[in-house]
Unconditional design. Sequence first.
Length: 197
Amino acid sequence: MSKKSVIILGKGPSVKRCTREFIDSFDEVVACGRPVFLGYEEYIGERAHHDFANRTSTPYSSEEIERLGIKTHVDTGDGTPLREKFSYGELDPSTGILAFDHFVNHPEYDEIAVIGFDLFVTGGKMYYHKNEEFDPAVQWLWEDGTYDEEGRLTIVSGHKTELMFEYLNAMFDKFQDKIFYVISFQKFESKENVVIL
């Protein structure tokens, strides 16, 4: 079986530590939660093979799908197969965690990068892009005060920051045969199979 490398692209501010050259060095790119590509190509390039998003997100336009080269769309909402089969304690997985779980459990992917997985820290800025570029489908998060005017999270995330951090580290330890690359504002530790960028 031929091996493949995959980048799983989140939307945390640490995305801006990445480079197009790094993204383009991987075989496949997974876009989680409909990241904004236009204007951010220097960080994330302009290709995505897989679109993982909750069904409530505003879909990419047909022009965006063609321009990015998206081949598969995966719904990460409640009741979907991906969410139903996920199990890790009390963790309510984000779209990024579900995408990571999907690819880490496929043996053909031996190199996996997680980019912009900042894990929803209370008081932290949520996304790398401008406030006005937020998905209009989540405007209610501004209206109910979940995000402040700077785009920072004002509540404790239901995704449980510490539990997501624990899960990712557990998977790094479990899959010793894979190499992981991490760009995050979280304090992940470098290991034999984990490269912190």
